[in-house]
Design a binder for this molecule. Sequence first.
Ligand code: SAH
Length: 267
Amino acid sequence: MTNPGFEAFQLVKFCERKLSSQRQNYFFKPYFRCSFPENHKFNIRSGKLPAKLKDTYKQKGMRKRMVESLRRRGIEDEAVLTAMAAVPRHFFLEKDFEDHAYEDKPFPIGCEQTISQPFTVAYQTAMLNIQNGDKVLEIGTGSGYQAAILSVLGAKVYTVERQEMLYFRSKVLLAELGFRTVHCFFRDGTKGLPEYAPFTKILATAGATGIPEPLKAQLAIGGILVIPVGNQVQKMLKITRLSETEFKEEAFDNFRFVPFLGGIEKA
Ligand code: SAH
């Protein structure tokens, strides 16, 4: 698989520079209307979606092409590809980027953060090997897109965000979309979410300089933690908890993520 991380990082920097002058307008606008396929087998409650969310044939077509390109780039997990074909990524982007929602690029979502690019979402999700009923802790809710993908795959998702504005916006959007198995928290993810531990899967969507001990401690035995670790560039690590005291660590490709930071930021 090729690694899109470096190029993507530069693109984000470019978009952020362009956006900085208009950041005060940087909120989701309630203009969508949605139609999911009648027969999708996931837990998006298709009959109950709000009228303002809209998923056109053109967007569906672009999404299908996005999934085909992920497949060409080496993503083989059919469940992940199906989930990504089902969730309209444009719902999670600001209107100005809507036309680009199905390009394999990250985009600014405010607070100097980005929605992960589709390849990264597919890559991390495939590493987690989500099973129906998995209890997943996600660090870095951001736009809510990754949480939605995990939910569609059958996971009960606990997602934590340190930027209050992003937390609030994603919580509202996910609730509007009917993702009842996603629970949002405004917290510092370096501490995990001890009151809901253990988790069968833990996913960090920000680049950490080391593995926070609480995340390992909150992993169920047999559970998997996927976390990008490094300074300028992060190596994707997969930590499997073998027993109370033993962990197996495997390293995969390099990526560039926004930083995993301590503390919280109020809106
Ligand atoms: N999963 C997101 C990706 C967002 S980018 C999506 O699908 O859109 C990573 C996010 O991690 C950012 O929103 C950032 O604010 C958040 N983050 C970074 N450090 C964190 C921490 N310690 N606790 C919680 N969230 C954190």
